[in-house]
Design a binder for this molecule. Sequence first.
Ligand SMILES: Cc1ncc(COP(=O)(O)O)c(C=O)c1O
Length: 347
Amino acid sequence: MIDLRSDTVTKPSAAMREAMAAAPVGDDVYGDDPTVNSLEERVANLFGMEAALFTPTGSLANQLAIRMLVAPGEELLCETTSHIARAELGAAAVFSGITTRTWPSKRGLLRAEDPLAIAHPNAGPYLVSTTAIAIENTHNFGGGTVQSINEITRLRSESQAMGIALHLDGARIWNAHVASGVPLKNFGAKVDTLSVCLSKGLGAPVGSLMISTKERIARARVWRKRYGGGMRQIGILAAAGHYALDHNITRLAQDHHRAKEIATACHAIAPSTIDPATVDTNIVALDISGSKISAAQFATQAKEKGLLLSALGPHFVRLVTHLDIDDRQTEEASAILTELLQSAFVA
Ligand SMILES: Cc1ncc(COP(=O)(O)O)c(C=O)c1O
């Protein structure tokens, strides 16, 4: 089976497992785990921010971050198809009493004027006050799209002037960095809080971090424990994160190249499904609305031929390249897709 459902399906390599086995550990709830401490310091430094907090998931890192920015009854603005709005199962409302309001965008791409147009800080006693805006880079459901650093900069300066905080869901910030060449520190300089994942694309089995000021991270540490996320000898997980940062960032360019190849093969048969020029990173978002079958049927047919992919909407098929996919599998996947699209669109 060629598994292109997500870049989270990777298995830790033998060398990563060795690094995990050899990691010095301690009780992280007591702050005693040297490998976690060094990972938190390293990641904070990578983004030029003061401090970081290791979390088991990107969702928890996002939720802790927005909780630090938005009080109960206040509002967080998100893009309509953002992970926070669509895929965290209402956590902001359930755990933090935060209301969310969304702005739509094409392929998840940020235009600073869109969130600014609906922002309403200090709204008084009748309307909900906007306290923070969340952006996503790369944008997952938008098709791995890379946000323009100019738009982020513009949003930052105008929202800051309005007293509104900015959170960046950077689950795949590494892909954005490799694809755009924008230094990681430039992202850190534009936001109040940031979440990053080591388990998507970088190959770690687990692990994300929330990054911000020392003060917010100290408060988030209390909330992490309260949510049941206080973990003990997790240096073995942090060691996988160190290994991932050492070895698996620059190679993301290969994933991006392979995603483009897959998109090009699909475009050749069914041009309406995707424009390869829109594939910025490792995600191929196919729109099969012009075909005779649904995304779910397409996924079933692909599986029968040995290819796993995600059906994320009635006509939305997503394929994600990752470090367990090589050139031969890329070619095989392209051949299977060519065959399927031929019968769904042409035959
Ligand atoms: C953009 C984005 N943010 C956050 C997450 C959440 O990560 P996790 O699955 O580790 O909770 C994901 C997961 O796919 C994601 O794509």
